[in-house]
Design a binder for this molecule. Structure first.
Ligand code: AMP
Length: 469
């Protein structure tokens, strides 16, 4: 589903556009509509599934309606750790870039008195969204620096981790400062009894949303080769030269690439066939039949076969490129190590896709081994974590090509209370799109004609720093 199929304001769709977020992840598709309807939610989803946007987008959308008091804290987001609080805050800034009058402050423990003082001042100026760790929020509540009576949205992110850290009572205390009229959203990676108890106590008739991501089998030996684009064919050739391999699937993201790679490997003498959506059913059946019967040993395919094919003795899965959706990675490599056999998964990763690999590692909660390249394939390049603003293009060209800056760094109008940052001078630089200069979205909801230049551009998001830190 495309984001512009959801009833989100143009202010938000513009930010998503600028960040190159085009399609919803499954948790976003399921959670955004009921949150927009004002329902309480319990979402079972892990980091890496896009859960942050799943709750931030609809909440920001509601705050943008102007129906909420400007002089009150409208939303509290609880985070177990300071790192997550900072990541959420960055995402609020990105998604809220075109929204006027919504400001955020992150407050988290573990710092010195000066930091506490800064937070206190920020809170005094007022902020519509506060992202906080429980202990720190309680300290500010005890000091009388904040009033939660008019909070309309209460969000708990990684609730199971908060409970693991012993925050149950703190959370209940924080809740006691709020009005029962609020909308409550709880996200948790797991659903132990304590979470169920918490949910019962603080949620009202919640919609339950589950995103089941099965972790890859422990037995799969996962490797990533860091490389440049031009090295990929050579690496694949080198891997396939291992004569003990007779059951390999190589995934590539586009059918064009699948065709090219299959042609190249055939020329090198490998027993290869391509599988992609341009083949009709008869041709697909034929290719699968030949593969099953080992008349071909290497299948080169798009994600058409990543889910649901029933061949359980694949020895090796090669990801010629990194799948955009981390869950597709899990599905792709799930083709191997089935029925208790051993299996291997090798992923070729260029700098452009490095952030996607980091997202995968976050989702599977495991660092993937990154050895030197096979002999004769060249030197493994050094990869850089992409900082904020990895985008190098956007539809409206508002920010200049590749300026590398996230659409927002200081908060907007009035509040300017980003944790002691000097009042932002960004307003002068901020694209003035509020008064009639806004790009028309006539093309929205018309996917047949949607310009597909997005396919070519950097497919990361400006928040990639959030996923890799
Ligand atoms: P989360 O699970 O919220 O920690 O998100 C993981 C990463 O995915 C973050 O870097 C997000 O910025 C990114 N992300 C979330 N939703 C999308 C989407 N629909 N399209 C592209 N990137 C996304």
């Amino acid at each position: 589903m495309y984001f512009d199929e959801l009833p989100l304001d143009d202010d938000i769709l513009d930010a998503l556009d600028a960040m190159n977020f085009e399609t919803c992840s499954p948790i976003q598709e399921k959670a955004i509509p009921p949150i927009l309807e004002g329902k309480d939610i319990i979402g079972i989803a892990q980091t890496g599934t896009g859960k942050t946007a799943a709750y931030l987008l609809p909440v920001l959308n509601q705050l943008n309606s102007g129906d909420y008091p400007q002089d009150a804290i409208n939303c509290i987001i609880m985070s177990p750790t300071r790192e997550l609080a900072q990541q959420i805050d960055q995402q609020v800034e990105g998604f809220g870039y075109f929204i006027d009058g919504v400001s955020s402050v992150a407050v988290y423990g573990g710092n010195d008195g000066a930091r506490f003082e800064q937070e206190r001042k920020g809170l005094e100026h007022g902020a519509s969204i506060i992202i906080a760790t429980p202990g720190r929020l309680l300290s500010h509540l005890a000091g009388g620096h904040i009033d939660l009576k008019r909070v309309s949205f209460f969000i708990l992110d990684e609730a199971d981790r908060m409970l693991d850290m012993g925050f149950y009572d703190d959370i209940m205390k924080i809740v006691s400062y709020m009005s029962p009229e609020r909308q409550t959203i709880l996200f948790s990676a797991t659903m132990p009894n304590e979470i169920q108890k918490l949910a019962k106590n603080i949620l009202h008739d919640p919609v339950e949303i589950k995103i089941a991501v099965s972790k890859p089998a422990e037995k799969i030996k996962q490797t990533a080769y860091l490389c440049h684009d031009g090295m990929k064919d050579k690496i694949v050739e080198s891997i396939l030269s291992d004569e003990t391999l007779d059951r390999v699937i190589t995934f590539a993201s586009s059918k064009q690439k699948v065709k090219e790679l299959a042609r190249a490997m055939k020329q090198k003498g490998f027993k290869v066939e391509a599988m992609h959506s341009d083949l009709d059913q008869k041709e697909r059946d034929y290719v699968m039949h030949e593969f099953k019967n080992r008349r071909i040993s290497i299948l080169i395919a798009t994600d058409i076969v990543s889910r649901g094919i029933d061949i359980d003795d694949i020895q090796l899965v090669i990801n010629y490129d990194v799948p955009r959706d981390p869950e597709d990675y899990v599905h792709r490599i799930g083709r191997t190590a089935r029925a208790n056999r051993d299996g291997q998964a090798v992923t070729l990763v260029t700098q452009k896709d490095y952030h996607l690999l980091r997202r995968i590692e976050k989702l599977i909660e495991k660092e993937i081994d990154k050895p030197e390249l096979p002999e004769g394939c060249g030197e493994k390049p050094t990869m850089h974590e992409r900082k904020e603003g990895g985008r190098n293009n956007n539809r409206h060209g508002r920010y200049g090509k590749g300026n590398g800056h996230k659409p927002n760094n200081g908060k907007r109008n009035g509040h300017g209370n980003k944790q002691g940052d000097k009042p932002s001078n960004q307003q002068g630089e901020k694209p003035n799109n509020k008064q009639g200069n806004k790009p028309a979205h006539a093309h929205r909801n018309n996917h047949g004609n949607k310009p597909n230049n997005k396919q070519k551009v950097n497919n990361g998001s400006i928040n990639d720093s959030a996923s890799v830190n």
